[in-house]
Design a protein around this ligand. Structure first.
Ligand SMILES: CC(C)(COP(=O)(O)OP(=O)(O)OC[C@H]1O[C@@H](n2cnc3c(N)ncnc32)[C@H](O)[C@@H]1OP(=O)(O)O)[C@@H](O)C(=O)NCCC(=O)NCCS
Length: 170
C-alpha cells in the first residue's frame, strides 16, 4: 500500500514526463505538450495558493502517481485530477485514489469531491463508479480537442457517502 506526500519542485521533471506521455496526455483536457518552464511556473503559482493541494503517490519511496485537489474558496468542495506513471503496476490508480479520498475527507475535511471525465476515458469512468462517486450529469459534446467534440461525465462524492461505503476502503 502506497502513501501520499506533498509534491515538491524536485518531482517536476518526472511528473512532466508522465503528463506528456501519450498514454496519459490523451485523457487530459489540455493535450498540448507542456514545456518544463511552463510546468515550473504552474507549480510555483499553485504551491502558494491555498486552494490547491498537490500530491505525489509513492510506494517504498518510488513515485507512482500524482493527485491534485482544487478547492472552491470557502466551500469545502474540491475538484480533483490525477494520473499515474505510465509504467505503474495495475491497481496503482485504485490505491492512489482511495488514499487521496481518505486524505480529502479526513485531513482536508472536504464536504465534496467532484470530477470531470472525458467520455472515452473508460478506465477513469469505471474507477469513479468503483470509488462510490455518483454521476451527476453529462455535458454533451462539451470538449473540442481540435478535431472532435467529446462529452464530459460529471461525478461527485459527498463526505457522508464516502463514510458510509468506505468500510473496505479505509
Ligand atoms: C485512470 C487511472 C488513474 C487508473 O489507474 P490504473 O492503475 O490503470 O487503475 P486500476 O488498475 O486501479 O484500475 C481501475 C479499474 O479500471 C478497470 N479498467 C482497466 N482498464 C479498463 C478499461 N479499458 N475499461 C474499463 N475499465 C477498465 C480495472 O479493471 C479496475 O477496476 P476493477 O478494480 O473493478 O477491476 C490511469 O489509467 C491514468 O492515469 N490514466 C490517465 C490519466 C487519467 O485518465 N486521469 C483521470 C482523468 S479524469
Amino acid at each position: 500500500m502506497g502513501k501520499l506526500r506533498p509534491l515538491t519542485e524536485s518531482d517536476l521533471p518526472l511528473l512532466l514526463d508522465w503528463r506528456n506521455d501519450p498514454a496519459i496526455n490523451r485523457y487530459m483536457f489540455n493535450q498540448r505538450p507542456i514545456q518544463l518552464a511552463e510546468h515550473i511556473k504552474w507549480f510555483c503559482r499553485a504551491a502558494q495558493d491555498q486552494k490547491y493541494t498537490l500530491l505525489v503517490y509513492e510506494n517504498n519511496g518510488a513515485p507512482l502517481g500524482h493527485v491534485n485537489f482544487t478547492e472552491k474558496p470557502d466551500s469545502g468542495i474540491a475538484e480533483w485530477g490525477f494520473y499515474i506513471a505510465p509504467d505503474a503496476p495495475r491497481g496503482t490508480g485504485s490505491g492512489m485514489c482511495t488514499a487521496a479520498l481518505r486524505m480529502a475527507f479526513l485531513e482536508i475535511k472536504l464536504r465534496k469531491v467532484s470530477a470531470q471525465v472525458l467520455a472515452y476515458n473508460e478506465r477513469s469512468l469505471h474507477l469513479h463508479q468503483k470509488l462510490g462517486f455518483q454521476q451527476e450529469g453529462v455535458l454533451r459534446d462539451h470538449h473540442f480537442d481540435g478535431s472532435h467534440y467529446h462529452s464530459i461525465h460529471c461525478f461527485g462524492l459527498l463526505a457522508h457517502e464516502w463514510q458510509s461505503n468506505s468500510g473496505t476502503q479505509k
